[in-house]
Design a protein around this ligand. Structure first.
Ligand code: BES
Ligand code: MN
Ligand code: ZN
Length: 496
């Protein structure tokens, strides 16, 4: 699971020895600066292509030129950038992803990209570099863990990308490398099947992070430990599974003992059958991704530690399987949470909030500066926002703005939903302090409102990643979201 290697290089594009040089051209025969130099050196090789119509410069198109006279690169990948007048952050994001997709299809072990030199309004060198590097690594990721091992590939596979950029942007490349490692970690954990990735496996992955990094400590709470703490809500969900629950607690002290930590909490349902309120069969296999919140906060933690961010961090992952069984919890059961609040279970498929509420109560023991949870919590969030934006819920406007900005900068975007107390009435129960479902209206928000009852007015935000954590369809893979958003948020905080 190694990421691509990134580095900065500054030799001229036409004289740089590389298996593949990447340059951009716009529509209407406008060549980028690097393309112009290659064109001049090669006696007009790119212009001729543009004039003949072979290369249009349209976004989404690319063309490979092999062995250009006078040019040191073995081949040149010419990427279409679209209309120069409309070349903004979104167009740049698309272009670097298109380039990365074209690159991985070529038989090259490394490439030299000049795309980060293109001007993008409102974005600096660091952003351009990070965005290009993250795109390259995202496109290079392959899931192979559960296929029959293949013979070693006969053609070289992309392993390294060099970027033309000022050396002063090196920190951005280190950030990209760390975020890419976190994203890969989250993708791989998400993609693994639930007969491998069960609660014990999640705990073992956390142990690997702790073992590989000095300064990281790990505690794993077992069923008995959680029982002693009174986590009746989490344990209620867990009781139908033969796989025992784990509560993973990772800590990073990047800023001594005095400073309050940032707490990340991730939903780790390693498979969600719905329990006794059984889900329909069609599409149930997607519920192996119901631990993507856990994978996301673990990946973000890993990235933060690799960057040695100067802040304190605690990462809490309740890892539980939701199964129907003779011993399973049932609709109408009353659970007593660690906070003391009693919960009437009206649907055993609303299990995420039941494990998160105890994890949120536990998180407060660390007196965190901020708590952020990530969870594939509701189908309703997918209905509301689709697959592009995560749902963000918080009462704290400043925290909301910081998270929205982090999502925009990393193209891991969130959109805010209200968390007004007006919705709390939907969670009333005749038999307990709160019900675990809020009826058909505003399902993403009432799930957020349920969690809010366990945060004691602390600074807290909830990210519903049900739509964004994996791609649709039979071959849909985990996306690694919201790792980029979370890491960018932490980088921004540590810069303060
Ligand atoms: N893990 C699901 C939410 C989910 C569903 C995520 C589909 C992604 C795609 C969650 O545990 C769940 O089942 N939620 C229920 C809540 C309902 C019973 C109030 C849902 O959304 O249907
Ligand atoms: Mn469920
Ligand atoms: Zn679930």
């Amino acid at each position: 699971m190694t990421t691509l290697k990134f580095s900065i290089r500054s030799d001229a594009p036409e004289s740089a020895a590389t298996p593949c040089l990447v340059v951009g051209i716009h529509e209407e025969r406008v060549l980028g600066a690097a393309a112009q130099r290659v064109d001049a050196t090669s006696g007009g090789a790119i212009r001729r292509l543009v004039e003949s119509g072979d290369a249009s410069g349209k976004a989404g198109t690319s063309i490979v030129l092999f062995g250009l006279p006078g040019v040191a690169a073995e081949r040149v990948l010419v990427v279409g950038l679209g209309d120069q007048k409309k070349f903004d952050a979104a167009a740049y994001h698309r272009a670097v992803n298109d380039a990365a997709r074209a690159l991985k299809a070529l038989p090259v072990a490394s490439a030299y990209s000049t795309l980060a030199e293109l001007g993008v309004p409102g974005r600096d060198d660091a952003w351009k570099l990070r965005t290009a590097a993250l795109a390259a690594d995202a496109q290079a990721y392959r899931y192979t863990a559960t296929f029959k091992p293949k013979e070693a590939a006969k053609t070289p596979q992309l392993q390294a990308v060099e970027f033309a950029a000022p050396v002063s942007a090196a920190r951005a490349l280190a950030e990209a490398g760390a975020i890419a490692a976190g994203v890969r970690f989250a993708k791989e954990l998400g993609n693994l099947p639930p007969n491998i990735c069960n609660p014990s496996y999640v705990a073992a992955q956390a142990k690997q992070i702790a073992d590989a990094h000095a300064g990281v400590t790990l505690e794993v709470l077992e069923r008995e430990d959680m029982a002693k703490l009174g986590m009746g809500s989490l344990l209620g969900v867990a009781q139908g599974s033969a796989n025992p629950p784990k509560l993973v607690v990772l800590r990073w002290q990047g800023k001594g003992d005095q400073s309050r930590p940032y707490a990340l909490v991730g939903k780790g349902i390693t498979f969600d059958t719905g329990g006794i309120s059984l889900k329909p069969g069609a599409g149930m296999e997607e519920m192996k991704f119901d631990m993507c919140g856990a994978a996301g906060v673990l990946g973000a933690f890993l990235a933060a530690v690799e960057l040695k961010l100067p802040l304190n961090l605690v990462c809490i992952v309740p890892a539980v399987e939701n199964m129907p069984d003779g011993n399973a919890y049932r609709p109408s059961d009353i659970l007593t949470s660690m906070s003391g609040l009693t919960i009437e279970v009206l649907n055993t498929d609303a299990e995420g909030r039941l494990i998160l509420c105890d994890a949120l109560t536990y998180a407060q023991k660390f007196d965190p500066e901020v708590i952020i949870d990530a969870a594939t919590l509701t189908g309703a969030c997918v209905i509301a926002l689709g697959k592009h934006a995560s749902g963000l819920m918080t009462k704290d406007d400043e925290l909301a703005d910081q998270l929205l900005v982090a999502g925009t900068l990393t193209h891991d975007r969130a959109w805010r939903l209200p968390l007004w107390d007006d919705y709390q009435g939907q969670l009333e129960s005749g038999f307990a302090d709160v019900a675990n479902i809020g009826g058909k209206n505003a399902g993403a928000i009432t799930a957020g409102c349920f969690l809010a009852r366990f945060t004691n007015g602390r600074r807290w935000a909830h990210l519903d990643i049900a739509g964004t954590a994996w791609d649709e369809g039979r071959k849909g893979l985990a996306t690694g979201r919201p790792v980029p958003l979370l890491v960018q948020y932490l980088i921004d905080r540590s810069a303060k």
